[in-house]
Design a protein around this ligand. Sequence first.
Ligand SMILES: [Zn+2]
Length: 306
Amino acid sequence: MNWPDNKKFAFTVFDDADNDFLTNTRPVYDLLSDLGFRTTKSVWTLAPRFETELTGLSTEDAAYLEWIQSLVAKGFEVGWHGARCHGSPRDETIKALDLFRERIGHDPVSMSNHFQNEESIYWGQERLSGFAKLVYLLANFRGRPKSSGHREGSVFFWGDHCVQRVKYIRNFVFREIDTLSVCPFMPYHDQRFPMANAWYASSEGGDVGDFNELLKEENQDRLAERGGGCIVYTHFGKGFFENGKLDGRFTALMTRLAALGGWYVPVGRLLDYLAEQNGGVHPIGWEERKNLQWRWLSSKLRHGSS
Ligand SMILES: [Zn+2]
């Protein structure tokens, strides 16, 4: 891949909104910004209506919204992580999308499903087909997420808005820093999923431990040498800033990465560029889909990846 501006490789992050309380994530973004990274921070537009696990602030909080808008002004992308931290019926998801547009300035370019939300788009077993789906069901993953955002007739249906208003949705996550080496044809469209405009893959960095393992020195060097492309899946609210300070290893790894000469743009910008290079969003073929879902499923069976 030839990267713009003679950059050697590409690196970005899609940060899921879970456990984001501003006090713990703002220092992470201060560091990223100072180092020259411009990544994607997802938000919930609406506050929760009841207490739930996997929660965090939303753009209903004035101080949080002000901070999110300051990230936009600096060149970060704001992505969609669902209307709120628990399931929302159709009218509320549409209201949340409208508010997102009003507060951020445009519809979400990229998104990821939030684990426990019923309005998720093609999530859980819905991501798979054929024998892989059967194996997934037999493995009976604990807390298997519900997913009916794409089902017309469900109270959680918003797929018609999703396909029109959201460009890219995260699908499979792999334990490999060079996301592009696993999914060289992303962003891709899957005709089995008509309510999803296009999909992207990511690399596993769900919390500070996984992130630091993914970004360890030899992996950074390999990514740079191969001229690869990395989109990390993470939650910057999970352990990156604790007891009043940033994780030292994380700070050191990001400082090192910043000096390697990569292209550090948000997820949407990176995927737009890849689509351009590929002559548009790639229609995934049967063989490509089979390889991708089996590689993901075997990793999930071994490690429980996302
Ligand atoms: Zn989430």
